[in-house]
Design a protein. Structure first.
Length: 255
């Protein structure tokens, strides 16, 4: 962590924190020492290290290829988690659509993801994809820089949600402020395993989420929390350019 004090007001920032999100938090300090604040932002843009990076995928496996997929992805998950740059590798299946799967992978940086793609087990995945195992191809793929610190997690039984939100440009600042507060409250919930989000590498103002809870009851408790009510109030202000994408899943844990 790095600490910044301006005019008697202090903030702590994670070195992996996205500059965009750091700037948002610093706006609360800028009215006191605007020149110093700007200088700090410029300094951070030049000196911060690499940022954690993630990908989310969605696809539907043909029923007669389910066993092939599960055998391959179990091996792929095990070997990927052994890579030094890999932080997480989550496999989930849709709660209402059998054979629709979600992947969530985290690496210490985008370079870590590129190193992963050069591994032999990644080549096995590429070969599998080329064998027409999916009903519709890859239905959803998002790569994004995390807006916060994260940690290495082993796969566990969970109930999760993956979300895509495309935010109007004039609503982005208020969106980020709201979602930061929502995450801060969510990670304190006893049933919350993780609350991960960030902005798409490709599309500005497209934000990607991956959340996991101990079970469905934990997720329902999350939706009843005070910070979630604040989020729902914001979401009612018509802040999106597209209909939000919300996918619910249960994790697949291999024994």
């Amino acid at each position: 962590m790095c600490n910044v004090t301006l005019g008697g007001c202090s903030r702590s920032f994670d070195p992996t924190m996205s500059l965009r999100f750091m700037v948002l938090d610093l706006t609360t300090m800028a009215h006191q020492r605007p020149i110093l604040c700007l200088g700090f932002i410029l300094l951070c843009s030049n000196t911060l290290g690499l940022q954690n990076f993630a990908v989310n995928l969605k696809f539907t496996v043909k029923p007669d290829r389910r066993d092939d997929f599960l055998g391959l992805i179990e091996k792929n998950q095990k070997l990927t988690l052994m890579e030094p740059e890999c932080l997480q590798y989550v496999v989930g299946e849709d709660v209402s659509s059998p054979n629709t799967f979600y992947l969530h992978e985290q690496f210490t940086s985008e370079e870590g993801l590129e190193e992963h793609r050069n591994m032999p087990h990644a080549s096995d995945w590429a070969v599998f994809k080329g064998s027409e195992p999916f009903e519709k191809g890859i239905e959803l793929f998002d790569s994004y820089t995390l807006a916060h610190d994260t940690e290495k997690l082993s796969p566990s039984k969970s109930f999760g949600v993956q979300v895509v939100l495309c935010v109007k440009s004039d609503k982005v600042d208020s969106f980020l402020e709201c979602i930061q507060q929502n995450r801060a409250g969510s990670v304190q919930e006893p049933a919350c395993i993780q609350y991960t989000y960030g902005e798409s590498k490709i599309d500005s103002n497209r934000f990607i989420f991956h959340e996991e809870y101990l079970d469905e009851d934990g997720f329902e408790a999350h939706k009843s929390a005070p910070h979630f009510a604040v989020w729902e109030e914001f979401a009612s202000t018509d802040p999106f350019t597209e209909e939000p994408i919300v996918n619910l899943f249960e994790s697949v844990v291999f024994t």
